[in-house]
Each structure stands twice: as structure tokens, then as C-alpha cells.
Ligand binder design. Structure first.
Ligand code: ADP
Ligand code: ZN
Ligand code: ZN
Length: 749
């Protein structure tokens, strides 16, 4: 790659997501050999008339695709071009080499896809009645139990004189379009339509009252501003508990950025794109904001990218992929809840939004500030901040008032010893009774669906597994055993197939079992359940949340989905049912994830005026991640955890590359994995440690075997060199048709 012998360049001319596969080959003239790199912008003669066109180098090779004499030559390298396009291509080239993927896959990730839409119409809802009339109508709706109308009116009355984006009301407040139409027909509300592109600055008159920032908040804004003025482009980490004012800081920073004529990218995990958060941004920035989420069609996404490119908007809020918004002049990139695992891509290239944002900032001609925020920062980020690579800010005060909840532990081993066989500890039962009588709300949290609900024989220990995937089957209603990877289903046998005993039962801790138990214990309680099953259809996620927020249910049972970023002021009890469940996951981040989940879940209680309680049920209450989480003590968790990572040379202390193999044949795959390990070992890289090959935690999915070899090394660049070496080896084998049944992927840290 990039070696002096590469005489041919595969070039893409009309750069677009749809055309990345159409490559044209050019000769690299002798004088340019060694000066042309993947990602470079070049001038080439194109078409019959040989008109000069701009193109991008996607691959370099020494193999001509066809008759060498007919291949045209590159005219020259364009060095002074810094369009949004150039930067995207350079970023893709970096992702390709940093994470290991093809250039095509990297390009498809950074380039907007989809077709141009017809001009899109944007709708807003506002009040038509006077405030007094609207208030009367509101109470009428309350009396008639017209819940949806009630919600709309409450929002409009709470924000007098404002227009609220139509989609926000339908999606986040869960109000049907038909309801809005009938309210409009009845003269209660007004629905305005506006065409994008025509009216770029309409509605920007901000009615937002700026809060006076606290000294701690002001210090952050001042520091970032000063650095910017001095031409310094840093990465900043804000460690601040929920409610400590991080979002307010983001808004002030974005304000500053926009005043300089630059644009802002705000990344938020999709699950935390709540109505309240979005409204705060809309209220402050009006139509200059656009929100990206997965429910948008490709056309709508493309349209947003166009609006960003043409300067129609200044701020984009969205998940990981919003990072690739082609603004002309990005000045700040904010990553909220930076510890979230959704910031890492699960498909090739397996990039992390945080590192990619920092690289993007480097590529931008004028640079951008990168601001990370979290109540429980990832070990990586906190470690970097401690080392001085990032600038660290701490926000320790809750600005909302409200007291921290009282946290208690329940030892499940002891519960069992004293004869309590239910999934609720005695203390949790007691508090549930109390809250239900008082009409307050409770949330019950279980760590993860796949791990729970497995069925085993209590006599011989036989566990029912999927014949295709090597994972345990989960029990669903009607005695069905289901595989959560491939969907395999079978009927639960009455007797154990191994020993014939009749004591076959499920480990009773899935969300559905908890829901059933709650109904058994407290038959009058209204229970909602949120997990992957109940949120499969579009809008169901927001629907469950708004039903709970509107107090149409008493108990919300759920997986990690329920612990993110929602404010339910009437929740005064949180039960974490099996806190250590995620400790059994087999990777080095298990403790970190457990700490984050418990901290976040506990943080859900007592957000309003009333005091909250948290009960953490666990089989290992003495584990440091659980102890630290119960005290909301990030620093002491960090110290324990970093010592453990240091001892075992895990990231962030060292770096780790996982070479994943997918093979139809188990032995063939294992042999090849062993060969790859040997190739890496032959390099005799100092300090390198190799592990494996081993079967992946889930060894087989859909009849394809999965195995992995790991390499640990302090120097990331040297790991990348090993990766390049393997990549070349594999490519050469593939070229001669010697690697048909095995595919390989790379994954870093
Ligand atoms: P975080 O993003 O850290 O959870 P927020 O920015 O959402 O915190 O702030 C929490 C609450 O405190 C919000 O209701 C916000 O309006 C309020 N708040 C933030 N900063 C201030 C301030 N300087 N003065 C008064 N209230 C503030
Ligand atoms: Zn048995
Ligand atoms: Zn399966």
C-alpha cells in the first residue's frame, strides 16, 4: 500500500455514495510515483474529449486492469483543495487504515446516501385560541380524559407564543396526526407549513431566556472560547452528574461557534433524543437546527445533508452518523454521553465516533473543538484526560435541586437463605407496597435480556441451547424456547432430555417474568414493559415512555433502554433486580458496563421534589463496580478499574486488536487463525502479546463458526502495521482463489 511500485490508481470521478463502486483506472506517471496516496484529490483526463476532471484515489495497485497502453495518466495532484468532499475522502482514508476496512466501505460510511427529495414541507403547531380560552379547553380535556389533546395543549400553554415542530408532537409526545387535524379543524390549534429552502431564517426569533451560567459552567465556556481565539483546537471532557448543567454548556458553546460563522455537530445516543432535550435546542436555535434519527427515510436524510451543505442549517443533532454532516465550516463537535457503546460502529469500518471526531477536527482547515460529556465517562476518555491529552472539567453540583436518592443493597444469597424465593427482595417488596399506595411510580430494571431466562435442569444442570448458535435458549410465553440470534424455536420438553428429571425450569429473570411477577404480587398495579420485544415497531418506544410520563402506568419494567436520559419526576423508587448479571458477560469491559448501568439506573429515582429510594439486588454486593455505583462514586471506581486494566494490559493502558474469523468449517477456520497468529508472531514486535485462537463468546451463528485471535500492544500504530500485513496476506490468497470459505474482520479496542 502506497509503496513506490504502485503504478496504477483506481479513481472515482463523480463522488457520490451510489457511484463509489464505479472506479476508473489511471497510470501514475513516474514523477508522481510515491507522491500519490489513497484519499488524494487528483486531476485526470476523462471521457472522449479528455476534459480535465477532479477525481479521488481509492486504491493503488501494481496490477493493470486492462491493456496498459490504453490506460490514461493522472495529470496532477490537487493539493490546495479543502472542500467538504475532500475532507470526507481523507477521513475515509484514515478510517480505512486506522480500523481496517476497504476504502469503499469507508467511503459509503462518510458519504451521504439517498436521492434528492422534492422540496420538503416542514410543519409547525401553534395555539389559535387565546391563552385563557386554551386553558379552559385544557381543563375540559382533562375532565373528558382526552389525554392526547391534553398533552398538546399543555405543551403549547407551557411555551406561550411558540411554534412546536409537528414531528416532535407526533413522535415524541405520541399524538396521532388525526388528533392534530381535528384540533385544527375545531379552531384550537394552527398548523403552519413551510417549505425548506425558501424561508431559511423564518422562526428563528428565539424566545429562549438565557440562564445565567454558574461559575463552573462559565469557566468551561471561557476556556474553550479562549483556546479557540488563540487557535488552539483541543478535546475537552466534561465529567458531570446528570442535571449538573452540561446541556446548558453545550448550548452556550454552540452559540459562540455560530456567532463565528461556523457550524456545530451534536451527537446524542438515539435513545436519549427526548422531547425535552430537543425542545431546548429548538427553542434556542429555531430553524437553524435539524434532528437526524433513524425513523427518517434515506431521502429525508439526504435532504438534511443538502441543507447542511448549502448553509441552510447550522446545527445537526443526531446519532453517530451525524458526524459525517458536510457542513462548510464545522467549528465544534459535541458528543454527549460519550461512554455509550452506540458510538462504536458494529459494521465495517468499526469506527468509534470519538476518535473519528478528533481526526475530523484535525483534517478541517480551521480545526474544531471536540467536547465530550458524561456522568460516567468511558475509562479511555478519563484516562486520556488524566494524562493531559484531553482537557478535563468537573461539574459536581446538581442545578435542579432535588436530593440524591437513598441507595440500599439487597444480598440475594441471603434472601434465599431466609426462605424468600421470589425475585423481589423483602426490602424492595416493602417499598413497592409503599409507593403503590401513595400513587407514586416505580421502575424495575434488569440488566439484559439475552442472559436472563435461560432454561436448565435443576437436577443435572443441563442447559437448553440453540443447535445453530451455541447460545442458551430463552423461554417465552406458551412454553416456547427461542434463540435470540437466529430465531430458532422449539417446545419446552416436560422431562429433561439428559436425565429424565421433571425439574426443568427457566432462570426467572427476564423482563416478561418480572412483569408477570409484578402482576401476581400487586394485581391492581398498571405495568408497562420495555425491551427489544415491545419496541420493535416504529413509535412504540416513544409511546411507552409517554404513557409512563403521563402517569397512565405505575410500574415500568425494562432493560437498559429505560435508564437513559429520561426525567420522570414522579418516579421515587428504582429496583435493580440482578445488578451483577452484566458481570457475567465475557469481555474486559463487563465491570465498566455494570458500573455505568447501575449508576444511570439509580440516577432515575428522585428527580422531582420527592425523595427517592434505590434498591440494588445482587449476588455479589461486595464487587467494587457495584459498591462504587451505589455511592455514585466515579473516581473510586475509576481507580480500581484502571489498576485492573493496567495489571492485565487491557485498553486504555494498552491497545488490543481482535482478528475475527468467520468460517463454515470449524477446523479449517481454526487452522487459518493459527496461521494468522504465527504470521504476527514472526514479526517479533517488542512487547506484543498474542491470545488465541479461541471460539468467540457466541461460537456459531446461523451455522457459521466464529473465532478470534487477539493481539495486545502498547503502540497502536504497530498494531495497525500488523493489521496491514494480515490484510495483504489475505488479499493475496483471495486473489488466487485460495480463501473461499473464510472471511476476516478487524476490530480495535
Ligand atoms: P445535564 O445536561 O448535565 O443533565 P442540564 O443542562 O440539562 O444538565 O441542566 C439540568 C437542569 O438545570 C435543567 O433543567 C437546566 O435548565 C437547569 N440549569 C442548567 N444550568 C443552569 C443555570 N446556570 N442556572 C439555572 N438552571 C440551570
Ligand atoms: Zn437433567
Ligand atoms: Zn440460533
Amino acid at each position: 500500500m502506497g509503496e513506490a511500485c504502485d503504478k496504477f490508481a483506481n479513481i472515482i470521478i463523480d463522488i457520490s455514495h451510489e457511484k463509489v463502486d464505479r472506479l476508473f483506472q489511471y497510470k501514475v506517471p513516474t514523477k508522481l510515483i510515491g507522491h500519490v496516496d489513497v484519499g488524494d484529490c487528483v486531476q485526470v483526463p476523462f471521457g472522449r474529449g479528455d476534459t480535465q476532471r477532479k477525481g479521488y484515489v481509492i486504491e493503488l495497485t501494481d496490477e493493470p486492469n486492462w491493456d496498459v497502453d490504453k490506460i490514461k495518466e493522472i495529470s496532477g495532484v490537487v493539493t490546495d483543495s479543502v472542500s467538504a468532499e475532500d475532507i470526507s475522502i481523507k477521513l475515509a482514508a484514515w478510517m480505512k487504515s486506522h480500523y481496517g476496512s476497504t476504502m469503499i466501505a469507508a467511503l459509503k460510511t462518510v458519504l451521504p446516501s439517498g436521492k434528492k427529495m422534492k422540496r420538503q414541507v416542514h410543519k409547525f403547531v401553534s395555539l389559535r385560541l387565546s391563552e385563557r380560552e386554551a386553558t379552559e379547553t385544557y381543563y375540559e380535556c382533562v375532565r373528558k380524559k382526552q389525554k392526547a389533546r391534553e398533552r398538546v395543549l399543555k405543551e403549547l400553554l407551557d411555551n406561550p407564543g411558540e411554534r412546536i415542530p409537528y414531528e416532535l408532537i407526533t413522535e415524541k409526545l405520541n399524538v396521532a396526526s388525526a388528533t392534530l387535524t381535528s384540533m385544527s379543524n375545531a379552531g384550537i390549534i394552527k398548523i403552519d407549513s413551510e417549505e425548506y429552502y425558501r424561508n431559511p431564517i423564518a422562526g428563528t426569533t428565539s424566545r429562549y431566556e438565557d440562564k445565567v451560567l454558574s461559575p463552573e459552567q462559565q469557566h468551561i465556556v471561557d476556556t474553550v472560547r479562549k483556546d479557540f481565539d488563540e487557535g488552539k483546537r483541543d478535546t475537552y471532557l466534561i465529567h458531570g452528574i446528570t442535571g449538573s448543567g452540561k446541556t446548558e454548556v453545550y448550548i452556550a458553546l454552540i452559540d459562540d461557534c455560530i456567532k463565528r460563522g461556523k457550524q456545530a455537530i451534536v451527537l446524542i445516543p438515539e435513545i436519549a433524543l427526548t422531547y425535552q432535550t430537543l425542545m431546548r435546542f429548538y427553542r434556542h436555535f429555531g430553524d437553524r437546527v435539524s434532528v437526524m434519527n433513524s425513523s427518517l427515510s434515506p431521502g429525508e436524510k439526504y435532504d438534511q445533508m443538502e441543507r447542511a451543505r448549502t448553509g441552510d442549517i447550522d446545527i445537526i443533532i443526531g446519532p453517530r452518523s451525524a458526524l459525517f454532516t458536510p457542513f462548510p465550516n464545522t467549528g465544534i463537535i459535541i458528543i454527549d454521553e460519550e461512554h455509550e457503546s452506540t458510538y462504536k460502529s458494529e459494521t465495517m469500518p468499526k469506527y468509534h465516533a470519538r476518535e473519528t471526531a478528533i481526526e475530523l477536527s484535525r483534517l478541517l482547515p480551521d480545526g474544531a473543538a471536540v467536547v465530550l460529556g458524561s456522568a460516567t465517562p468511558s475509562l479511555e476518555s478519563y484516562y486520556r484526560a488524566k494524562k493531559g491529552e484531553y482537557h478535563l472539567f468537573e461539574l459536581n453540583r446538581r442545578l435542579t435541586g432535588g436530593t440524591l436518592p437513598e441507595v440500599e443493597m439487597a444480598d440475594l444469597r441471603e434472601e434465599l437463605r431466609s426462605g424468600n424465593r421470589s425475585i423481589f427482595s423483602r426490602r424492595l417488596q416493602e417499598l413497592m407496597e409503599d409507593r403503590l399506595t401513595k400513587g407514586e411510580q416505580a421502575m424495575l430494571f434488569i440488566n439484559r435480556r439475552g442472559l436472563a431466562g435461560f432454561v436448565s435442569c435443576r437436577s443435572c444442570g443441563h442447559v437448553f441451547k440453540c443447535p445453530h448458535c451455541d447460545v442458551s435458549l430463552s423461554e417465552h410465553r406458551g412454553g416456547r424456547l427461542v434463540c435470540h440470534y437466529c430465531g430458532h424455536e422449539e417446545i419446552r420438553p416436560k422431562l429433561c432430555p439428559k436425565c429424565g428429571s421433571k425439574y426443568v425450569s427457566s432462570f426467572r429473570a427476564g423482563t416478561q417474568q418480572i412483569e408477570d411477577e409484578v402482576k401476581k404480587f400487586w394485581p391492581t398495579a398498571r405495568v408497562l414493559r420495555m425491551d427489544a420485544d415491545t419496541t420493535r415497531t416504529k413509535g412504540s418506544y416513544d409511546k411507552i415512555l409517554s404513557t409512563f410520563a403521563n402517569k397512565e402506568a405505575d410500574v415500568l419494567v425494562g432493560t437498559q433502554m429505560i435508564v437513559k436520559g429520561h426525567d420522570f419526576p414522579d418516579v421515587t423508587l428504582v429496583g435493580i433486580l440482578a445488578a451483577d448479571m452484566s458481570l457475567y458477560a465475557s469481555d474486559y469491559r463487563a465491570s465498566e458496563r455494570t458500573f455505568q448501568l447501575i449508576t444511570q439506573a439509580a440516577g432515575r429515582a428522585g428527580r422531582g421534589e420527592k425523595k427517592g429510594n434505590v434498591v440494588i439486588q445482587s449476588y455479589q454486593p461486595e464487587h467494587y463496580s457495584i459498591v462504587a455505583a451505589s455511592r455514585q462514586d466515579y473516581i473510586s471506581f475509576y481507580q480500581e478499574e484502571i489498576a485492573y486494566r493496567d495489571l492485565l494490559r487491557y485498553p486504555p493502558i494498552s491497545h488490543m486488536m481482535c482478528v475475527q474469523l468467520f468460517s463454515k468449517e470449524e477446523t479449517e477456520g481454526m487452522e487459518f487463525a493459527t496461521r494468522l497468529r504465527a504470521i504476527m508472531e514472526q514479526q517479533k514486535v517488542q512487547g506484543a502479546v498474542f491470545i488465541g485462537p479461541a471460539m468467540a463468546p457466541i461460537g456459531k451463528i446461523n451455522d457459521v463458526f466464529r473465532m478470534a485471535v487477539y493481539a495486545k500492544l502498547d503502540d497502536y500504530e504497530k498494531l495497525v502495521t500488523l493489521k496491514d500485513l494480515l490484510e495483504k496476506y489475505i488479499k493475496d490468497l483471495e486473489a488466487v482463489g485460495k480463501l473461499r470459505n473464510i472471511s476476516v474482520q478487524f476490530d480495535f479496542d
